[in-house]
Design a protein around this ligand. Sequence first.
Ligand code: NAD
Length: 412
Amino acid sequence: MSNSYDVQQTAVIGAGTMGRGIVISLAQAGLAVRWLDNDAKATAAGLEMLAQHWAQQVAKGRLDQTQADACLARVQPASAYAELAEVDLVIEAVYENLALKQEIFRTLDSTLNAGAILASNTSALDIDAIAGVTGRPAQVLGLHFFSPAHVMKLLEIVRGRDTAPAVLEAAQALGRRLGKEVVVAGNCPGFIGNRMLATYVAEARKLLLEGATAQQVDQALQAFGFAMGPFRMYDVVGIDLEWRARQLAGQGMEAALVQVDNALCAQGRFGQKVGVGYYRYAPGSREAQHDPEVDAMVIQIAQDLGVRRRVIDAEEIRERCLLALVNEGAKILEEGIADCSEDIDRVYRFGYGFPAEVGGPMRWADTQGLGALLARLERLQGLFGEHWRAAGLLLRLASEGKSLADVRGGRP
Ligand code: NAD
């Protein structure tokens, strides 16, 4: 087995939303791609979509016809794993389910050349649990693209316990070749971006039940500078993705905080793609319109859950959502999941629409002053409970007069 990896031949497993964007990104960077989905119709529809994409690029003058033809020619559908045997790197992008991904990695491990790198585009699953079913855990890692994968700048590279440094280097080189902002993250549920997002979204969902509307929450955060508030983001991404993952995993359906999402999905309100979600969309339009039906649904669910509703202002929305990001970000830094605060900020700027002029949640926290920030967290802890307990790192930095930007590899 060599110590350096030259990635030229690639494969993608899964021809859904992410698989399509990843294939476009690879082919546009000049890489050959074998494309496999267990549903042949999905690959055929994917190829059709790719042809349309590149035709549009030609129409817009971004590519000439020869370049577009070359992109399309680099993508070859495959109907069996044996056809992928010679590739240097494979990216799996099937449904978010650990058992399914493990089954695919077992097959990949037994069919692909010993030198091939095996990557998963999982949003949150344990990379070590995936690597563990293969005989080559040093060559397994996460390549977490964002949707749409050919447009979004961020590539979060997830380092497993056993991922070899040369494999990480090859992944970083690939990311740069694709024109991505590359950030290396450690392995934990949700990595950097989605682990922080979970705390931010949990606050947004609580605020909704406690008295805010989806529109108020989104407007408060958009006024801060976010490209999109959390509920508009769910409408764009598809509310059903997490709902289906909960159903597949057979857990998490009962949690109070997902009852609104469950109710929306039960009515087929999956988001923008079907014209209704947290908002309503006119046919062919992406403009999110307030929907009183959703307000009524939220009020009913809050009542069923025994949550007392009150008037909530924009200031409280921003305080709770931003401090949730900051406190979780500090834990991530403390655990060495991120190497430095700027890596976290890049994840948020390039993957989550955080306002570039503010820099990112960690830089924002530093400008607030960590002493003052701790007092604000303490206040929230008194009002809303233990989950607001400040990260140990914040306490340590504040007492030493240092900032989050001073931390490297978990150490100030
Ligand atoms: P999707 O439902 O759009 O596509 C999944 C594809 O996998 C389908 O075409 C399906 O036919 C195929 N598939 C299912 N089982 C298979 C098997 N055994 N062998 C081969 N193909 C199989 O899903 P998606 O949104 O593209 O998500 C794919 C992965 O990317 C998930 O792990 C998800 O968490 C992750 N992800 C999604 C997003 C997003 O915004 N959609 C963002 C980042 C990461």
